[in-house]
Design a protein around this ligand. Structure first.
Ligand SMILES: C[S@@+](CC[C@H](N)C(=O)[O-])C[C@H]1O[C@@H](n2cnc3c(N)ncnc32)[C@H](O)[C@@H]1O
Length: 305
């Protein structure tokens, strides 16, 4: 039988909410072009990261949750907070903005070059007294640690402490969130599948009980890697001394040309005369520095050491 009385449809603002939570999140006003410009300027000034207009949706996705956490209803209100010089929200905002994608042994040809050519050469030089058995390495945008620990495994497997080699790896990143993960040196087991078997067996511990499904870096490599926050866009860097290897991979792509030039200049000031600079697969020194020559794509040494 057809119902005689049907529910009266109420206007949308009076409709009973399906959401049964006692407190509902405030609606956030959509990001305007003007607000996008403000964030674009601020993020560029703080981190050198150039957000093209096509990244507007990405910015909204990454900041909306933060606005909700702070119970803010507009991006302007959030901008007012984040633009305050030295405010801790700047660190938080940059944490949310950064893309932290990484892998163990990312760009494996670069690790092959290291293992098959560069390290044997260092060993020969040390054996003939042409270099000390001391090596300093910098992973300059280390994300959650896979890159510096891939370096640690590659180096410590071949430059043995019992042969008096000392290997020190400085790992830095802008994001405090990824650094916290990197310092723990624990990852899901699936991520470790990319580590060559021999190195995984030697340098990774498998979790049991509540750590089941995870791996942790062994103490021998943990003690070689030191983490610090460092903004590549700042005028002065807190790292000391010079480095035999600098890995600065998959971060220059986020910078504009002027920032790239400045960052590369600062990195080269810290590269030892016979050192090597490794960039990401989509990055190069073309049009940025004449001082370096290409060894294999994205790996450089000084043109005149
Ligand atoms: C895509 S990840 C690359 C990680 C690793 N180097 C690799 O190639 O797998 C880029 C990293 O650069 C960091 N980053 C972005 N801007 C930075 C800046 N101004 N200074 C230092 N690190 C920055 C991000 O936090 C992120 O962890």
């Amino acid at each position: 039988m057809t119902a005689i009385y049907q529910p009266v449809e109420r206007p949308p603002n009076q409709q009973e909410s399906k959401d049964r939570r006692p407190f509902r999140v405030a609606e956030i006003q959509p990001l305007t072009d003007r607000e996008f410009d403000l964030f674009q300027g601020l993020i560029h000034r703080l981190a050198g990261i150039h957000l093209v207009p096509a990244k507007k949706a990405l910015l909204v996705r990454r900041l909306t949750r933060r606005l909700r956490e702070l119970n803010l209803r507009s991006f302007t209100a959030y901008y007012r907070l984040a633009k305050q010089e030295g405010h801790e929200e700047q660190i938080e905002m940059l944490d949310r903005i950064c893309t932290n994608e990484t892998q163990f042994f990312r760009e494996p040809k670069q690790f092959d070059l290291l293992a098959e050519e560069i390290i044997p050469e260092w060993n020969r030089q040390a054996d003939s007294g042409r270099r000390p058995r001391r090596l300093r390495v910098w992973s300059a945008a280390c994300s959650t640690g896979e890159e510096p620990f891939s370096l640690a495994m590659t180096l410590l497997h071949r430059l043995l402490p019992e042969n008096h080699w000392q290997v020190e790896i400085q790992a830095t990143d802008l994001s405090t969130r990824v650094l916290a993960t990197a310092r723990k040196a624990v990852w899901p087991l699936a991520r470790a599948q990319r580590i060559p078997d021999e190195l995984r067996r030697r340098f990774m511990l498998k979790g049991v009980r509540d750590q089941f499904g995870k791996v942790k870096a062994a103490r021998s490599i943990r003690s070689a890697v030191h983490f610090d926050r460092l903004n590549l866009n700042s005028d002065s860097y807190s790292v000391r001394g010079s480095f035999d290897l600098i890995f600065c991979r998959n971060v220059l792509i986020y910078f504009d040309l002027a920032t790239r030039r400045r960052v590369i200049e600062s990195l080269l000031e810290r590269l030892a005369p016979t050192g090597y600079l490794f960039l990401g697969h989509a990055e190069s020194l073309n049009g940025i520095s004449e001082k370096m020559r290409t060894l294999i794509p994205c790996v450089y040494t000084r043109a005149n050491p």
